[in-house]
Ligand binder design. Structure first.
Ligand SMILES: [Zn+2]
Length: 417
């Protein structure tokens, strides 16, 4: 039975949130107004230290695990309860923006600041979290520390990842002083919420301030080789050719059509194409291309893969070429926790924000942690859907709306008196 909030008028301080995001952006500034704070660099260290300093000023108790993940705890009334956590990442892309990740960490801090200044006691503790190396641009793969936390990667594997200069993730954790004592994955959580900019155009186009994220898309990746026959461009008649590029071109168009037939949820992309022998007067005998298909519904994803298989068979017959499509990666769609989704949705509704359900097109720490802990996400619009770009921008009013939604969802999940 849900108790009505005793603090329905409680709001975060949007100006303070904005100023904190701007102060963080001054550490490792980019050339064009964004940020460059790659994981475990000196800039990341300074960003982490500023975050911890802010958390300590709020009397939070800080724990760092052996993947460098930071947990800042505001105690509750009953500290035997597992904490309700919120957070994201402070690291950025080389030409990153000021909001991707940072917003989620600092909005969790803003919730704690708001609870403190209003003397609100929650039943369960509340924690702000910073996950290490979400971006994956210095140490691949991305979302590695939330992945270790969720048991999806071995810690030894994560520690052994190296940057372009051969420095390992473990060495760099030690160098910047963030090799914590707690074993990664041991930190208990009752729930995790991640607020994040959408990194896509849907909310902005709909005029909605809050996206209630229900899950992440499933993905299937293929390596495709089309084999025909190299032959002279002048002396080979148009009939009887085995032109691998003409077949591949038809395949590219067909994939586009399959996605459009399953709009708006399906997205399909051919992002790589190489033609052999790539000579202007030889009919191409071989083409390599990649296919990336995504859908939030696993059944639909399989259906699209089947349709693709039929299209490949028919194109191969029609053009007298062989087409081999090898699936190299599959991740099933992610469903976030119904109670966490409801907490976010109820909060957005009670605050009167225009909101909608949405599926994440990108990967996030929450998509890893949800394998282990009840999880949901909150999206806010970003200008033009642009991210991983120094020009990335989000409106202060939207950031404030998302953070208020986070506050009330946390109050719901952590209980309050
Ligand atoms: Zn991010």
């Amino acid at each position: 039975m849900k108790a009505p909030s005793v603090k329905p008028n409680l709001r975060i301080n949007g100006e303070r949130l904005w100023q904190s995001i701007m102060s963080m952006a001054e550490i490792g500034p980019g050339d064009k107004g964004g940020s460059r704070r790659l994981a475990l660099t000196d800039e990341d260290k300074r960003g982490r230290e500023l975050f911890m300093q802010w958390c300590e000023a709020e009397n939070c108790v800080i724990t760092v695990d052996d993947m460098g993940n930071i947990f800042a705890r505001r105690p509750g009334k009953n500290n035997d309860l597992d904490p309700v956590c919120a957070g994201s990442h402070l690291d950025t892309q080389p030409h990153g923006g000021k909001f991707d990740g940072i917003y989620g960490v600092l909005s969790a801090l803003e919730v704690i600041r708001t609870l403190n200044e209003n003397n609100i006691e929650t039943d369960a503790p509340v924690e702000a979290v910073n996950w290490t190396n979400e971006e994956g641009s210095r140490f691949a793969p991305a979302m590695i520390s939330s992945g270790v936390f969720a048991g999806l990667f071995e810690k030894e594997f994560a520690w052994s990842r190296t940057d372009v200069n051969g420095r390992s993730l473990k060495q760099e954790l030690e160098r910047i002083g963030f090799m914590g004592k707690q074993r990664c994955g041991d930190h208990a959580m009752s729930a995790l919420l991640e607020a994040h900019i959408e990194q896509g155009p849907i909310l902005e186009a709909a005029g909605h301030q809050v996206g209630v994220v229900t899950g992440g898309q499933g993905q299937r990746w293929y390596d495709v080789t089309v084999k025909g026959q190299d032959s002279h461009a002048g002396s080979t008649p148009m009939t009887g050719r085995k032109d691998a590029l003409v077949a591949a071109a038809e395949l590219v168009g067909t994939i586009q059509q399959i996605a459009l037939d399953n709009a708006p949820q399906a997205v399909c992309t051919v992002g790589e194409l190489s033609v052999s022998p790539n000579s202007r007067n030889t009919i191409p005998g071989e083409v390599f291309l990649t296919i990336d298909i995504r859908n939030p519904d696993d059944h639909k994803l399989t259906e699209i893969a089947d349709t693709l298989g039929q299209a490949i068979a028919s194109i191969s017959t029609q053009h007298d070429v062989s087409i081999e499509a090898r699936e190299i990666w599959y991740i099933p769609p992610i469903q976030f926790d119904p109670d966490c989704i409801a907490a976010v949705s109820d909060a957005a509704k009670s605050l009167g924000y225009k909101h909608q359900e949405i599926v994440s097109g990108a990967g996030h720490d929450a998509c890893q942690v949800c394998q282990k802990v009840p999880t949901a996400m909150i999206f806010v619009p970003c200008e033009g859907g642009l991210s991983h770009n120094e020009a990335e921008h989000a409106e202060p009013a939207d950031l404030e709306a998302g953070c208020n939604t986070l506050l009330h969802a946390i109050l719901e999940l952590a209980g309050r008196s």
